[in-house]
Design a protein around this ligand. Structure first.
Ligand SMILES: Nc1ncnc2c1ncn2[C@@H]1O[C@H](COP(=O)(O)OP(=O)(O)OP(=O)(O)O)[C@@H](O)[C@H]1O
Length: 262
C-alpha cells in the first residue's frame, strides 16, 4: 500500500479561539475510500480545507503525493490542487452557466488566466466533459442551466467538474448533507465507483454514520478537533460511537449488528 496523503500532527487555531484541530495524525493510501465522521463543530471541514490549503494550518505537516503542501509556492500549489478534486455540500456551481460549462470549469486550474476567462477549451476537454456527464447519467442535461437541476443532479455536476481535472484524490465536504436518501445513495454509489474503478482516493466528511460504515474502507472519527477513532467499519463499537459523538450518540440509533453482519 502506498501512502498518498499523510497528515502529521496538524493543529489549527482560528485567532484566540479554542483549537479547531489538535495534533491530527493519519495516513490515506492510494485508492482508499476513507470517511471522516464527527459531530457538528468537530473540525471535519477545517481538516479538509487544510489538506488542499484553502486555509493554513497553525502547525504540523501535510504531505500529499510526496509534496509538503504547507511549503508549496503559488505555482506549485496551483499544480498540486489540480490533483485534488473537491466537492461541496452546496455544490458551488455557477447557476447561470450550463451543466457542461460548469463541468469544464474543472480544467481552469490547468489553464492560463486569459484562456480561462475566454472560455477556451480544447476539443479533447469538451469530449471528456461529455463522456463524464454521460457516465454520471447527465447526458440529457448537458445544456441545461445549473440552477434548473435537482440537488442530486447538481452534485453529480460537482463530481464531473472534479473528475475532469484527472485528480488523484477527491475531497468531499458533506456531499450528501442536503440530499434526500435516494439522491444521497446515488452520489455515494458514484463516489465508491470512482474509487474502485478509477483508483482515485476518496476522503469524505459525513454526518451520516450509517453511510460511512457502509461505504468506507476506513473511518476516522473526530471529536473536538482530535482523532478519537481510526479503523475499518467492522472494528467500530458502540463505545467508539460514544467517544466520537458524546451525548449525541444515543440519538443516532445505529445498528452496528446490521453493519458488521453485511
Ligand atoms: N473561519 C473560521 N473562523 C473561526 N472559527 C472557525 C472558522 N472555521 C471553523 N471555525 C471553528 O472551528 C471549529 C470546527 O469547525 P468545522 O466547520 O471544521 O466543523 P465541522 O465538523 O465541519 O462541523 P459541521 O459538521 O457543522 O460542518 C468550530 O468551532 C468552528 O466554529
Amino acid at each position: 500500500m502506498t501512502a498518498l496523503l499523510q497528515v502529521n500532527q496538524v493543529s489549527k487555531q482560528f485567532g484566540n479561539d479554542a483549537m479547531a484541530l489538535s495534533n491530527i495524525e493519519f495516513t490515506v493510501n492510494e485508492g482508499e475510500f476513507v470517511s471522516i465522521i464527527g459531530p457538528s463543530g468537530a473540525g471535519k471541514s477545517t481538516l479538509l480545507r487544510c489538506i488542499n490549503r484553502m486555509i493554513d494550518t497553525t502547525s504540523g505537516d501535510i504531505i500529499f503525493d510526496n509534496q509538503h503542501v504547507m511549503k508549496l509556492k503559488k505555482k506549485e500549489l496551483k499544480l498540486t490542487r489540480t490533483k485534488i478534486g473537491m466537492i461541496f455540500q452546496h455544490y458551488n456551481l455557477v447557476h447561470r452557466l450550463s451543466v457542461i460549462e460548469n463541468t469544464l470549469h474543472g480544467v481552469l486550474g490547468k489553464k492560463s488566466t486569459i484562456a480561462g476567462v475566454l472560455g477556451l477549451y480544447s476539443q479533447e476537454e469538451k469530449q471528456q466533459a461529455v463522456k463524464l456527464l454521460d457516465s454520471l447519467g447527465l447526458g440529457e442535461f448537458m445544456y441545461k442551466r445549473a440552477d434548473q437541476l435537482s440537488g442530486g443532479q447538481k452534485q453529480r455536476v460537482g463530481i464531473a467538474r472534479a473528475l475532469i481535472q484527472n485528480p488523484k484524490m477527491m475531497l468531499c465536504d458533506e456531499p450528501i448533507a442536503s440530499l434526500d436518501p435516494n439522491s444521497a445513495k446515488t452520489i455515494m454509489d458514484h463516489l465508491k465507483n470512482i474509487s474502485k474503478t478509477m483508483g482515485i482516493t476518496v476522503l469524505v466528511n459525513l454526518h451520516q454514520v450509517d453511510v460511512a460504515l457502509r461505504y468506507s474502507d476506513r473511518i476516522i472519527g473526530i471529536n473536538s478537533g482530535r482523532v478519537v477513532f481510526q479503523g475499518t467499519p467492522n472494528t467500530i463499537t458502540k463505545e467508539h460511537i460514544q467517544q466520537i459523538y458524546g451525548s449525541e450518540a444515543d440519538d443516532l440509533m445505529i445498528d452496528l449488528g446490521d453493519i458488521h453482519a453485511s
